[in-house]
Design a binder for this molecule. Structure first.
Ligand SMILES: Nc1ncnc2c1ncn2[C@@H]1O[C@H](COP(=O)(O)OP(=O)(O)OP(=O)(O)O)[C@@H](O)[C@H]1O
Ligand SMILES: [Mg+2]
Length: 251
């Protein structure tokens, strides 16, 4: 088995206790553009981490780097998920290792029903939640199981995108702006579901422009500014710190 490095000896903010997901000194580029400039943070098992920052701060790039997508290019650093070295993996291997990225555009597959979108995710192991359990979590998807996925409302498509991630055997759920473009009542519904998923042990990173909503959901927060971490602490600390929010979140 692979053994996680002891990041503490590098004198950074990561703690000595082994984290479930550890990002150590990750640097990411788009071609010549140096975007994520050496970030280190931990996510503990079962917690929700809000990854926040202004437009262009590098949040999506960080999630894509963790998910090992071809772009950005991660040139340096290590990413460990439950003792597995993600930094040595291609994106499909990272997915098999338990990483589930729900991208901002949701990527519902045209021509397939709700149920077919979910079944496609379960075509190969490791298989996660059963269809039955997913429909219990998202009753709206159960009601619309025969409807073409791309004809769902925005909120329902977001639910399908999350359900599709859970249809795989996940260790960490990465959500890029899950509330974007959704009415507050739908955001309430999705937030409730994310709490339910957490109560069943899921570890989640949520990136959100709606920082207040994300902070109310999250245990901890990491704030990025131009590709560097400027805050790593509890969600409450951010909610209570007006200066921090004004400076880095513009709220
Ligand atoms: N494919 C790309 N090629 C070149 N530069 C990119 C690419 N994608 C993003 N960038 C740049 O990288 C920087 C970080 O972008 P990123 O999408 O990670 O920001 P973000 O924090 O997710 O912002 P937002 O809140 O607007 O989604 C930005 O300056 C952006 O213009
Ligand atoms: Mg983004």
């Amino acid at each position: 088995m692979n053994v996680k490095p002891d990041f503490s000896k590098h004198g950074n903010k990561a703690e000595t206790a082994p984290a479930f997901l550890s990002v150590w000194d990750m640097h990411a580029y788009y071609g010549e553009s140096y975007i994520v400039q050496g970030i280190t943070f931990n996510v503990h098992e079962g917690e929700i981490l809000a990854l926040l920052g202004r437009n262009g701060a590098g949040k999506t790039t960080t999630l894509r780097g963790i998910a090992r997508l071809a772009s950005p290019q991660v040139q340096k650093g290590e990413i460990w998920l439950d003792h597995q070295p993600l930094h040595k993996m291609a994106s499909h291997e990272a997915a098999t290792a338990g990483l589930g990225l729900v991208p901002e555009d949701r990527r519902i597959i045209p021509g397939l029903t709700v149920e077919e979108n979910l079944q496609l995710a379960q075509i190969a192991p490791p298989i996660g939640w059963s269809l039955e359990r997913l429909y219990e979590l998202f009753p709206r998807l159960g009601e619309r199981r025969k409807q073409e996925g791309v004809t769902l409302s925005g909120g329902e498509q977001q639910m399908l995108a999350i359900a599709r991630a859970l249809a795989r055997d996940l260790k960490v759920l990465l959500l890029d702006e899950p509330y974007e473009g959704l009415a507050p009542v739908i955001v309430d519904e999705i937030e409730k579901t994310l709490r339910l998923i957490k109560s069943q042990g899921m570890t989640t990173i949520i990136v959100e422009q709606n920082a207040i909503r994300a902070l109310q959901l999250a245990d901890r927060a990491v704030i990025l500014d131009t590709g560097s971490i400027v805050f790593d602490g509890t969600a409450e600390e951010v909610l209570e710190n007006d200066n921090l929010r004004a400076e880095y979140l513009a709220i």
